[in-house]
Design a protein around this ligand. Structure first.
Ligand code: NDP
Length: 286
């Protein structure tokens, strides 16, 4: 029996998860078909219910359903409960368990870049769903100070408030992107994580910089969550000015690899998945 698995979202045609997940299943010899499932909001509940069938491994969940899908789970991993969103569903004999592997995916991409958040000062640029996952990832890795900066200041304040419930000892702060203290926060940061969609290929901010990376200290790391383009304007500008920077593709693949391991209980062939993801981004056919 070919097992069913896929990514739920709207739209999902642009997603490269089918490419690198299928490469992973093929590499380890698991008979599974990974598909892109583009759903209308009215279809979500029924579709998730169907994942309880014995031929379904589960699913990934992407924009805009990460929060809505959580409400249809039978159980939640603790990480998903804190973040308030899921990106992975695992079907355990009809019991649907929700996970948030964006957290571990981001942690792993930082480790691979040689950055240890413990004791560091970090800035989150953005306060949406991805910023929420990154914030918990940094808190659980021992960040000392976390400043959340967002275009809409009230949303940054809401995230700070939600984090405060379980982040004793972490110096939390929130700012609107146009406040004067933003420059000081960027100058003092060891790590800045770009969690907005500014610079996303094909969006109205395609080609734009969310902030000026030359404000950062020369030893700081810039992590842009955007995976498309592979080299965002921010990554490019940071690199050109001598700062270390990483893009969003490693996080995307690592969150997928963590989901793969939950579905299959086998080690994910990460190198194969990274290769397939890079090839997909560059327009290749492997
Ligand atoms: P949300 O819609 O939840 O949040 C969007 C964020 O972007 C908000 O902070 C919003 O600010 C900000 N924003 C949007 N447009 C602008 C603009 N023109 N100027 C300034 N700020 C803007 O999205 P997510 O948090 O889910 O995703 C954010 C990004 O992270 C996406 O590009 C996504 O591709 C990427 N991502 C990457 C992952 C990976 O694995 N690499 C995983 C998850 C996400 P405001 O509150 O003011 O509207």
């Amino acid at each position: 029996m070919t097992l069913r698995v896929g990514v739920i979202g709207h739209p999902v045609a642009h997603s490269i998860s089918p490419r690198f997940q299928q490469a992973g299943f093929d590499a380890v010899g698991v008979d599974a078909q990974y598909e892109a499932w583009d759903l209308q909001p009215t279809e979500l509940a029924g579709f998730i219910d169907d994942l309880r069938r014995s031929d379904a491994l589960g699913a990934n969940v992407t924009i805009p359903y990460k929060e809505a899908a959580l409400r249809h789970m039978d159980g939640l991993h603790q990480t998903a409960r804190f973040v308030g969103a899921i990106n992975t569903i695992v079907n355990n004999d009809g019991h649907l368990q929700g996970y948030n592997t964006d957290v571990t995916g981001f942690q792993r991409s930082l480790s691979e870049a040689g950055f240890d958040p413990a004791g560091s000062r970090a800035v989150l640029w953005g306060a949406g769903g991805a910023a929420r996952a990154v914030a918990w990832a940094l808190i659980w890795r021992g960040v000392d100070a976390l400043t959340i900066i967002n275009r809409t200041a009230i949303r940054a304040g809401r995230l700070r408030h939600d984090l405060a419930s379980a982040s004793a000892g972490v110096k939390l702060r929130s700012l609107g992107a146009d406040e004067a203290d933003v420059v000081e926060a960027l100058v003092a940061a060891d790590l800045v994580v770009q969690c907005t969609s500014v610079g996303l290929s094909g969006s109205e901010t395609d080609g734009q910089l969310p902030f000026d990376p030359t404000l950062l200290g020369e030893a700081s790391l810039v992590a842009d969550l955007i995976a498309n383009p592979l080299e965002t304007p921010l990554v490019k500008a940071a690199r050109a000015s001598g700062r270390r920077s990483i893009g969003g593709l490693p996080m995307l693949v690592y969150q997928g690899a963590a989901a793969f391991e939950l579905w299959t209980e086998r080690e994910a062939p990460v190198e194969v998945m990274l290769g397939a993801a890079s090839s997909a981004m560059l327009g290749g056919s492997s």
